[in-house]
Design a protein around this ligand. Structure first.
Ligand code: SAH
Length: 251
């Protein structure tokens, strides 16, 4: 199968979802409350915005200017349409950009937001790379998957070691953040509903339909199987891992 076709299948499997990773509107609002002095002059950069679930919560909960970026054009287009329909295009911009090569001016943002996406470049790489775009004393709010209990069962550990070997426990995450030169302002775990309601539940429907549609396309079935395994692992072992929301200040 040509690589382009494989990528198209991947995005098809993830299309039409309310969001593209775990999260809830209440968690976004709670993290925003940890950031001081949010106002009309605050500039927020939302990295890996997907179709903008959290972008719209930020826009509803603040009078700030928001720039939302993602490297998948159809997600950015969906957010642009939504922003126009809501009549907030004067203060919410969406554009296609690679989080590894952002070319915004130094110091151009007060707050960087990144829900369920920094893993794409790695926590440390993101924190070091993005810092220059922040104002002095600027903040970063991010979510990252963490171990919640020691000694996860072998199947669960094997899954995460294969999919995201950088997974660590919350203390190790906070230590890594400190080692990158940031101070943690606050942190809290996302509820289990953050995985299910707007993410795995609709994704499960997509996986089921996708399997039927591509029952004779081996690569599509393998993709669906990989996704199904991720959901099954969550059903079986979700008490052992979860997402942590962390709000940091750059010194
Ligand atoms: N924040 C959204 C999406 C999280 S999924 C939410 O919580 O719903 C991760 C997102 O990161 C996807 O939308 C994916 O397209 C985007 N992404 C992956 N690699 C990227 C890159 N190199 N640059 C920018 N965005 C990227």
């Amino acid at each position: 199968m040509p690589p382009d076709r494989a990528v198209a299948l991947f995005y098809e499997l993830f299309s039409g979802l309310p969001r593209q990773g775990p999260g809830t509107a209440a968690s976004t609002r709670r993290a925003l409350e940890l950031v001081p002095d949010i106002g009309p002059r605050t500039r927020i950069l939302d990295i890996g915005c997907g179709t903008g679930a959290q972008t719209l919560v930020l826009a509803n909960s603040s009078p700030s200017h928001i720039v939302a970026v993602d490297n998948h054009p159809p997600f950015v287009d969906a957010l642009k349409r939504e922003v126009h329909e809501l009549g907030i295009a004067d203060r919410v911009e969406a554009c296609v950009a690679d989080m590894r090569r952002l070319d915004f001016t130094d110091g151009s943002f007060d707050l960087i937001w990144c829900e369920g996406a920094i893993y794409n470049m790695g926590l440390e790489a993101g924190l070091r790379d993005w810092r220059r775009m922040l104002q002095h004393n600027g903040h970063i709010a991010l979510t990252e998957v963490c171990w919640r209990k020691p000694e996860p069962p072998a199947a669960c550990a094997a899954f995460w070691n294969r999919e995201y070997p950088a997974i660590r426990d919350t203390q190790a995450l906070l230590d890594a953040i400190g080692a990158c030169g940031y101070e943690t302002v606050g942190h809290f775990p996302l509820p289990a509903s953050a995985w299910w309601d707007d993410y795995y539940r609709p994704l499960q429907d997509n996986v089921t339909r996708f399997r039927e549609r591509y029952h004779d396309v081996q690569a599509a079935l393998e993709l669906a199987e990989r996704c199904q395994t991720e959901i099954d692992i969550w059903h079986a072992y979700s008490e052992f891992y979860g997402y942590e929301f962390v709000v940091l200040r750059a010194g």
